[in-house]
Design a protein around this ligand. Structure first.
Ligand code: ZN
Ligand code: CU
Length: 538
């Protein structure tokens, strides 16, 4: 620490919204050696850099609790100002920490003998050569060798863990395999991974029964880390899926965090009126239970997730063979039309007219169009269109699914235990979901300032202090003496998202300065040269 009154950087004249939910108050903020000091307004102090922030809000840097940014800085040389739009989209929103490894998908852990097979799958899911690592330490070492503007933490993805031991197969784990999975999970958690995530609608996660997940969540519980889940169903059977998660939390003793809570598809619209009171009741009964949410009525995932789980058994090579077989394709068509017990059938719950193409690298001309439109224009069946695309693209097709209603999104946003997570999928090419570039300013501008759904303090709390508490990020998510100097300075009168489905990476308005570890990484809304980002352990 330098002597009192002398700082590396001083922010003058702002309203400090400190991330705890407490009312904003005028204060100056000093940064020295990467730590904060909060000063009464106008207190004499010196620093080589002084930011005049009159009329601005200073808040803790936003913590994006739900990303799929595991590999983007490993494939994109985004460390040059002006380059790497995908890498910068998050930072330009004010996000100073990203938590990846969500929905059961991370870049570790795996047995050494499985690494080669898995690198193909990760290339498909992450859109480039990102590597796959035996444990969190290997993942952290690779990331630490790449300059980055903001911090990164990662959960352990159950789908990756399962594929890393059993392969991409539709069968229960043997007791020995489950022991191996528990040991790999235990190692990565002890190295500093932030918790366990599942994606129980996705293969291979969906091949696991409840007992397998209980055994793994118990390992997370021993580390005092949360069980984070993309529920087995977010559509017509969302309430049953929530109860499965509650059972897993109860039997394992782990804290429960429900990812991107939604009730999607026409049969589940309005169902947050039941799931949220249920969550509130469980919390009142003492359960440590939280969720996150993104502020849009559309989701995004891969086209292959529209097919029944058995279609993906054996990974992409097996899927490609089934897609080429007319009888198997007919079975898929029937499964989508009639449903399969235990499977969230997105198309059956909505229709192909709600599924649009976000990214098909070899067919950029169809990006933005729905599968139903493509089928009608070619006088083809939508399942055949989807099958043809998956085959031609080697499985690499990202979709946007317009599956929710506004009323549900607002109800979840307003829930006092719901934090904000973008669920951003930064994958090169195409038109990704705008949430990767717009989530935080959209909550602050549209939902807080314009609609009055949340106070400014509550909105900031959901992006900072609440997130840090859930994921064990000590000394972050708050503006107070001694906290890490991760900060965002924004204009509360103009902050707004500009990213749209047509132009998904447009940077926001009103996010002025972003500071990571005491260094300015965004200045006047533009990337600055410093790369202070690190891999965070919890
Ligand atoms: Zn998910
Ligand atoms: Cu996700």
């Amino acid at each position: 620490m330098s002597t009192p009154g002398r700082f590396d950087l001083l922010i003058r004249g702002a309203l400090v919204v400190d991330g705890t939910g407490a009312p904003g108050r005028p204060a100056d903020v000093g940064v020295a050696a990467g730590r904060l000091t909060v000063l009464p307004p106008g207190r004499p102090a010196e620093a080589p850099q002084v930011l005049d922030a009159e009329g601005m809000v200073v808040a803790p840097g936003f913590i994006d609790v739900h990303t799929h940014s595991d590999g983007i800085t490993l494939i994109t040389p985004g460390s040059t100002p002006g380059g790497g739009e995908l890498v910068w989209a998050s930072v330009l929103q004010g996000v100073t920490t990203e938590i990846c490894g969500n929905c059961g998908s991370s870049l570790f852990p795996a047995l050494p003998g499985r690494l080669e097979d898995m690198s193909r799958e990760t290339r498909i899911s992450f859109g480039g050569e990102v590597g796959i690592f035996q444990d969190f330490a290997g993942f952290a070492a690779r990331h630490s060798a790449r300059p980055r503007a903001n911090h990164l933490a990662s959960l352990v993805g159950h789908g990756t863990l399962r594929a890393g031991v059993l392969g991409h197969v539709d069968r229960p784990a043997t007791p020995a395999e489950l022991d191996t999975m528990c040991a790999l999970l235990d190692l990565s958690l002890s190295q500093g991974a932030a918790g366990l995530s599942t994606g129980l609608i996705y293969t291979p996660g969906t091949y696991a029964g409840t007992d397998e997940v209980v055994a793994l969540a118990a390992v997370a519980a021993r580390h005092g880390k949360p069980y984070v889940t993309h529920l087995r169903d977010e559509m017509s059977r969302v309430e049953e899926a929530l109860e499965e998660a509650v059972e897993i939390a109860r039997r394992s003793g782990a804290a429960l965090h429900v990812s991107h809570h939604k009730t999607a598809g026409k049969y589940a619209w309005g169902r947050t009126a039941r799931t949220l009171p249920r969550i509130a009741e469980l919390r009142a009964g003492g359960m440590d239970l939280t969720c996150d949410v993104y502020p849009y009525t559309a989701g995004s995932t891969s086209l292959s997730a529209m097919l029944p789980p058995w279609a993906n058994d054996g990974g992409f090579p097996a899927l490609a063979a089934r897609l080429a077989d007319p009888a198997e394709r007919e079975r898929m068509r029937r499964a989508i039309a009639e449903g399969v017990p235990g499977w969230e059938n997105t198309v059956g719950n909505g229709g192909w007219d709600r599924i649009s193409i976000a990214c098909a690298p070899r067919h950029p001309e169809i990006e933005g169009r729905t599968i139903a439109e493509l089928a009608a224009s070619g006088d083809a069946d939508p399942v055949d269109v989807a099958a043809g695309l998956l085959t031609a693209e080697d499985g690499e097709v990202t979709i946007i699914s317009h599956s929710m209603v506004e009323e549900d999104v607002q109800r979840v946003l307003a829930a006092p235990y719901a934090m904000i997570g973008s669920d951003g999928v930064p994958k090169p090419g195409g038109r990704p979901h705008p949430r990767w570039a717009g989530t935080y300013p959209r909550v602050l501008g549209h939902y807080s300032r314009e609609l009055g759904l949340l106070t400014l303090e509550s909105a900031v709390h959901k992006m900072t202090g609440m997130a840090a508490a859930r994921f064990g990020l000590a000394g972050r998510g708050v503006v107070r003496d001694g906290a890490h100097a991760d900060l965002v300075v924004f204009d509360p009168a103009t902050v707004a998202d500009r990213a749209t489905f047509a132009e998904p990476l447009l940077p926001p308005a009103g996010i002025r300065t972003v500071i990571v570890g005491g260094e300015i990484v965004v200045r006047d809304g533009l990337p600055a040269p410093a790369r202070p980002g690190t891999v965070l352990t919890t």
